[in-house]
Design a protein. Sequence first.
Length: 100
Amino acid sequence: MAAHTKLHSKADFDKALETKGRYVLIHAHSGSVNPKAEEFAAKYKNNCDAYSVDVEEEPKVKEYFGISEVPAALLYMDGKQVEKVEGKGAGIEVIEKLLS
């Protein structure tokens, strides 16, 4: 079973960001979700809801979230962006530190 819930529309994004009291992690990618991203989401499932979106299928996502490079990981708490990392090999450890 996938650790990420796939987002398909702006309504899906808005609903995900309405989550209160838990982190929301959005993984923006091109093509399939990287297995390491799935492992990361599974590892932190107790305090984080993980979502994914393929920017090829949903191109407006890049503009909506201000993403300039994929893959990207965006972390939210109570509807506010806490952290954003972009690009391959980006500093995901920053997000990991927040979730630990």
